[in-house]
Ligand binder design. Structure first.
Ligand code: F6R
Length: 609
């Protein structure tokens, strides 16, 4: 979703802003812009399209280097993607960039129109910018004007602000949208996330909602929501800039899939001791896991699918009932929770608006919450009773791959922990499952990643079709849902995922000659049933590509093509199968020449509801 960068320092601000915007591209956007201080005041350029277009435009239009400015990538919410709607917005005296949504912008627009303000764009941001202009003219004090402005806004925002009469200074303020301040000897930054300035510094400050940042080239000051100075402690990034580079891979998505053996191991090691579940790093007291009635897992998209895999593990191993809820539904459905329930929020970014709102709702009900988050110190991590960090490192491709896999391994180890607490599994049984997981990451997963010919062939065949179906049972059904989402989002091929036994209750009418059906049949318990379901669709003309183990002749014999995984234990197979479905989507999108890392209309971090 929208990305913000601001810089004041001794280097060329235009270059630093462009490089920051490139780093923020992965968040998803459809236009870009920047405002910098020049000798003749503020200068703004904008473009519909890519940051590269903005860069070319800057080369022509910015003849003099600047030391300070703000930049933005916009993911359209109010008003279509266009140069006019692109940020920054503002007036002669103040320009702003914004991430979030101002819900009451219509009322404010009316108020300002009555006072002589005109509007060029369709955006809520322009309204906020002109309200700030109005407040600044009245107050003549920048901090007070910012406070008065944000106090009138309903919704979510992170703003980067420059005032014409204060060259070399950038202001920032946030509520429910991410914003950080980066600190370096060569200048200071504000940005939506750390990747925008990681090349220059890993030291940063994390402001709270309502706090105002003031950057100059050699100082970063923070003011509280009332305007008084606040002392903040600087933090250090856990990732270095190399982690956010392609390292010779054609796409970030491919690189991130190939990182899975490492990040699965890193995550496993961080929540086990001698392969035995150990969450003491962030959850020191085991009583947190005791006496749980029902577990509610809340998440969006891919993270929600990892939650479904978690449901399978927890119900199977610990016999605790698990509901998996889509965050945007959960938060508005007046949920029924009991006081001994536990809520788990899963989120790669830790900033997803619906997941955060659901967490806040649960927090008000006094129910214990646990978040499974990849981004250190993110809002969801900070606002839950406890957090387990996944160790995926930065995930740059919009399509989530390694983050899904590490979320699933946290779910597996959590299920083992709960099975121990519930007295369901012996120590030996727990160690057997976790050791075979570890072995799988060392051998089987590498085998899958190094032998992709069948996957590439199957994906290229599928890419010739408009509609694809995924079928599976149990966790294979959940993997099918993730496979379908992955294929849709990056290849734009329409696909649906069905519980294999459910297809004949309606959707089977869509199966025609050569319709691709991907049958995920990795679980021995369902081989016979899956064989019947495959035969049902094949007899209606489907071209069936199965994902099964190398020795599953019962499935292979009824399939037109196969993508195989090694025969690990049932709890490890979802990880190798996940790599197959991710590679399948990747090669399908590659065959169609799609923009794999930045698929259309999508944003990496969904900070609006
Ligand atoms: C799909 C994808 C999304 C995210 C979803 C939740 O590949 O990445 O479906 O999983 O937007 O995001 P987080 O995990 O950041 O809460």
């Amino acid at each position: 979703m929208c990305g913000i960068i601001g810089y004041c320092g001794i280097n060329n601000a235009e270059d630093i802003i462009i490089s920051g915007l490139h780093a923020l591209e992965y968040r998803g956007y459809d236009s870009a812009g920047m405002t910098v201080f020049t000798q003749n005041g503020l200068k703004t350029i904008k473009t519909k399209g890519r940051v590269a277009d903005l860069e070319n435009k800057a080369k022509i239009m910015f003849l003099e280097p600047s030391g300070c400015g703000i930049g933005h990538t916009r993911w359209a919410t109010h008003g279509k993607p266009s140069e006019t709607n692109a940020h920054p917005h503002g007036t002669e005296s103040v320009m702003i960039v914004h991430n979030g949504i101002i819900e009451n912008y219509n009322e404010i627009k009316k108020f300002l129109s009555e006072r002589g303000y005109g509007f060029l764009s369709e955006t809520d941001t322009e309204v906020a910018a002109k309200l700030l202009d109005y407040e600044y003219k009245n107050e003549k004090d920048k901090i007070k004007a910012i406070i008065n402005t944000v106090n009138q806004l309903k919704g979510s925002y992170a703003f980067g602000i420059v005032f014409k009469d204060e060259p070399g200074t950038v202001y920032g303020v946030k509520k429910d949208s991410p914003l950080l301040a980066g600190l370096s000897g060569q200048g200071n930054f504000i940005a939506s996330d750390i990747s925008a300035f990681l090349k220059y510094t890993g030291d940063y400050i994390r402001p709270e909602d309502g706090e105002i940042i003031r950057l100059t080239s050699d100082s970063v000051s923070v003011y509280g929501p009332e305007g008084s100075p606040v002392e903040k402690k600087a933090e250090k990034a856990l990732w270095n800039s190399a982690a956010a580079e392609k390292s010779g891979f054609r796409h970030f998505m491919l690189k991130e899939i190939f990182e899975e053996p490492k990040v699965l191991n890193d995550t496993f090691d961080s929540i086990t001791k001698d392969s035995y579940p150990d969450f003491s790093e962030t959850i020191p007291d085991d009583s947190f896991f005791e006496g749980i009635g029902t577990i509610h897992i809340i998440a969006c998209g891919t993270a929600m699918h990892a939650g479904l895999i978690g449901k399978h593990y927890i119900e199977k191993l610990a016999r605790i009932p698990v509901n998996v809820e889509i965050a945007s539904e959960f938060r508005y459905k007046d949920p029924i929770l009991s006081k001994n329930d536990m809520v788990i929020v899963i989120s790669q970014s830790g900033e997803t608006a619906d997941s955060l709102a659901a967490l806040r709702l649960v927090n008000k009900m006094n129910i214990k919450t646990l978040s499974v988050v990849n981004t250190y110190g993110s809002t969801i991590a900070r606002e839950s009773s406890h957090v387990i960090y996944t160790k995926a490192g930065p995930e740059i491709a919009v399509a989530s791959t390694k983050a899904f896999s590490v979320q699933a391994v946290v779910m597996l180890i959590l299920a083992l922990k709960l099975s121990e607490i519930q007295g369901r599994l012996t120590k030996e049984e727990i160690l057997k499952i976790s050791s075979s997981f570890k072995n799988m990451t060392k051998t089987s997963l590498h085998n899958v990643l190094c032998n992709t010919q069948n996957i590439e062939r199957a994906a290229a065949t599928t890419a010739k079709h408009q509609d694809v179906f995924f079928i599976g049972r149990g966790y294979d059904n959940y993997l099918g849902m993730e496979a379908s989402l992955k294929l849709k989002e990056i290849s734009y091929i329409h696909s649906e995922a069905y519980a294999a036994g459910e297809l004949k209750h309606g959707t089977i009418s869509l199966i025609e000659e050569n319709t691709p059906v991907i049958a995920i049949a990795t679980n021995k318990d369902f081989y016979e049933k899956m064989r019947s379901n495959i035969e049902e669709v094949r007899s209606r003309g489907a071209y069936v590509i199965s994902i099964c183990t190398e020795n599953a002749d019962i499935i292979k014999n009824v399939s037109d093509a196969v993508m195989t995984i090694p025969d690990d234990d049932e709890f490890s197979k979802p990880f190798t199968a996940a790599a197959v479905i991710q590679l399948f989507a990747y090669y399908g999108a590659l065959a169609l020449g799609r923009d794999i890392d930045k698929p259309r209309n999508l944003a990496k971090s969904v900070t609006v509801e």
